[in-house]
Design a protein around this ligand. Sequence first.
Ligand SMILES: [Zn+2]
Length: 143
Amino acid sequence: MKQYDPQMHTTEHILNQTMIRMFGCDRSFSMHLEKKKSKCDYHFDRPLTREEEQIIQDKVNRVINLGLPVSEKYVDMSEAGHLVDTSRLPEQDIHSVRIVNVGDYDSCPCIGEHVDNTADIGEFRITTTSYENGVLRIRFKID
Ligand SMILES: [Zn+2]
């Protein structure tokens, strides 16, 4: 299991939830996170407008600036299905699932490392987005 940078990784949670809320899409199905720049891919039906990029960036920064606590809890697999989407979890021998909450903004199963509070992330900036063959790619940085 690759360990991602906690700042970037927590940002990915926030970005995913922002995409879900704005567009009703799924969480990113593929991503590449590095300390200074990252990209997330979404199944999507069109490119984003400049205005939408700006709105996403503003919303993510608003959540970061709220200083939300990031917490985790372990729940039974049977219970987890009521709380979060467990369809992409591996099935073998899982009895409990680690759920990561970013305040009350986002909740998803995850085994990675996160910041303790979104205030520790920094400023989120979308560098570019592109769209090809049903895939929207968002590239971003943290300053
Ligand atoms: Zn995570």
